[in-house]
Design a protein around this ligand. Structure first.
Ligand code: ADP
Length: 246
């Protein structure tokens, strides 16, 4: 469903992605982890067509980005750091607004269904400005899946959620996966990412350095793999700091 090929992204002289290949088969849940600055958000933003790659391409649902950005976009729902919701509008009004923006049919039925799915039907008339972070995040997912995309992309969706809200988000993502949605999730929580996904990939310094089947990999095996593949950059960072001090 998603195929990333030889992706390179340079920000001026800074190489954020240095040749990334990643395959996410239809209906699979893939977690992407890696240290800060590894290039995770850059990769997700390119898959979401928000950023053009310097080299390489992304195929989503058979369509190529950058060549067919609009077609790719139809297959994608994005949950990023900006919830893209209007605080003064109610939950229902927000979804109605997006449904009309996407030119969707049966707006009322879709909005009702989406609100029920994320457990906000009873709060549909309340302004989003008064919502908790967890409620905003659930409404964001409702907004991102309103057009029934094949692919759901999520960048650190658990940030700022308490335990109850995290668990609600877990079950929501499980449901999205069960109905066949292809999911690519960025998370900094290694154990949680492993537990949730079918497949997990480690990105470090702009490259995929390891991938494994989450369903057969134990937490300790994965933590060891992660430490092994990210150790080099830590050492390098440390020697740079030492270099600056001496
Ligand atoms: P991660 O999500 O893994 O923390 P990012 O994709 O945000 O990594 O960043 C990868 C690298 O690209 C970092 O070195 C970061 O400083 C740099 N970077 C990210 N966005 C920009 C930007 N808009 N302009 C310049 N450099 C950027």
């Amino acid at each position: 469903m998603i195929r990333v090929s030889s992706l390179v992204k340079n920000y001026g002289l800074n190489a954020a992605l240095r040749g990334v290949d990643l395959h996410v088969p239809p209906g699979k849940f893939v977690a992407l982890v890696g240290p800060n600055g590894a290039g995770k958000s850059t990769l997700l933003r390119i898959v979401a067509t928000l950023l053009r790659p310097t080299e390489g391409e992304v195929k989503v649902g058979g369509w190529l980005f950058p060549h067919h950005a609009a077609r790719v976009r139809r297959h994608i729902g994005l949950v990023s750091h900006q919830p893209l919701l209007y605080r003064d509008l109610s939950a229902a009004e927000n979804l109605e607004f997006f449904a009309r923006l996407y030119q969707l049919d049966e707006v009322q039925a879709r909005v009702d269904e989406a609100l029920k799915t994320v457990g906000l039907f009873a709060r549909q008339r309340d302004p989003v400005g008064g919502f908790s972070r967890g409620m905003v995040q659930r409404l964001t997912i409702a907004r991102a899946t309103l057009h029934e995309p094949d692919v759901l992309l999520l960048d650190e969706p658990y940030t700022g959620l308490d335990q109850d809200a995290s668990q609600l988000l877990d079950s929501l993502l499980r449901r999205e996966s069960e109905i066949g949605r292809t999911i690519l999730l960025i998370t900094h929580d290694l154990s949680h990412g492993l537990e949730q996904s079918d497949h997990i990939a480690i990105l470090n310094r702009g490259r995929i350095v390891a991938e494994c089947d989450s369903t057969v990999t134990t937490e300790s095996e994965f933590l060891e793999l992660y430490a092994h593949h990210t150790r080099r950059s830590k050492k390098k960072q440390r020697s740079r700091i030492n270099g600056a001090i001496t």
